[in-house]
Design a protein around this ligand. Sequence first.
Ligand code: NAD
Length: 378
Amino acid sequence: MVCIPFRRDDYKHIENVFGYRVQHTLTMGPTKGGIRYHEDVSLGEVSALAMWMTWKCALMQLPFGGAKGGVRIDPTDLSRSELQRLTRRYTMEIINVIGPDRDIPAPDMGTNEQTMAWIMDTYSQQVGRTVREVVTGKPVVLGGSLGRSEATGRGLVFLACKAAEYLNMKMSDCSAVVQGFGNVGSNAAKCLAENGAKIVGISDVSCGLHNPDGLNVAALLKHVAEHRVLKGFPGATEVTNRELLELDCDILAPCALQNQITEENASRLKCRILAEGANGPTTLEADRILQDKGVFVLPDIHGNAGGVTVSYFEWVQDTQNLSWTLEEINDRLHKIMTEAFQRTLTRAQRDGLDMRTAALIEGISRVAEAKLLRGLFP
Ligand code: NAD
């Protein structure tokens, strides 16, 4: 836990905020996980997210343990220069625990490529040479990987296609609702539409939009580029984020916050496939209700693992001075995501488990095996 003092733009006012970096498992290699800027960030939340990263990396068979970071602040309340000062000071506070062979941060909610560029620059200034591989999710010109920014949404849609195939559904006949229109949500919506699905609902923090005839994702992106939020988009009925989740659809993709699908609303969901892009969007109680309803769940530790997978590709390219094409990246991502889907499905069918439990067992048992093989020191 660190305290981060930084100057506001008036240069008189100094603000103090809390920051965290949690490393959950050191057994598998360096640790890896995003950094979140949000006003509700707490040590408990960051710890839970770090643990999920461990199971996620193990499920995808990546050579990392889990970590997560966070700063308890609303980033939309800060200017660009305030954000830069905050990020650089946070980096200095955690500089002894991060590093390319130790712990490699990446973007999460409220952070982006620019944040990673500032972290990389601050770290490099301190060690006296450019260390591109200390973070992933950087701008491509600084050693970022092609395909990283859209990887989480794209990976989720690779899985949604596999699930649809398994359930004998045709993507071109499917309707989809996506909650969240940030990095994960907007790319998931784009890829779903590219695969033929009709986007009938979308939302962000400002509102939800519904159009049973379909929403044009390019037009939504243009609107957000001009107005920052979805509110005011013409040609759709405005709904609340609560109502959005209960819309008629084949695929529901929560890609914003945790605890969105709860005991209270789970029974009213109408989707056939729940594709979890966000971390922890479904509570334990809701999960049981969804199972009873026969909803096919693509659980978060698998659903959003496309991000860390392409982050791994970025780290590999940076450490070896390689540069893979977008086609290579997407092919490798597809292979890793779908192989994990097959392993999880096979375990679920063999042991009579739901997909979430099967995915967790896949991840946890790999870490357990590694721990046993490493043995006890001394
Ligand atoms: P982001 O900040 O880019 O976007 C978040 C979106 O959620 C925005 O559209 C925002 O308006 C919306 N939102 C915020 N508060 C909301 C509310 N109360 N109701 C409805 N919508 C709200 O964040 P992101 O990177 O897209 O991350 C979204 C989720 O995906 C998080 O749970 C994150 O942990 C997870 N995730 C992200 C990545 C990644 O590569 N970015 C990887 C794995 C998991």
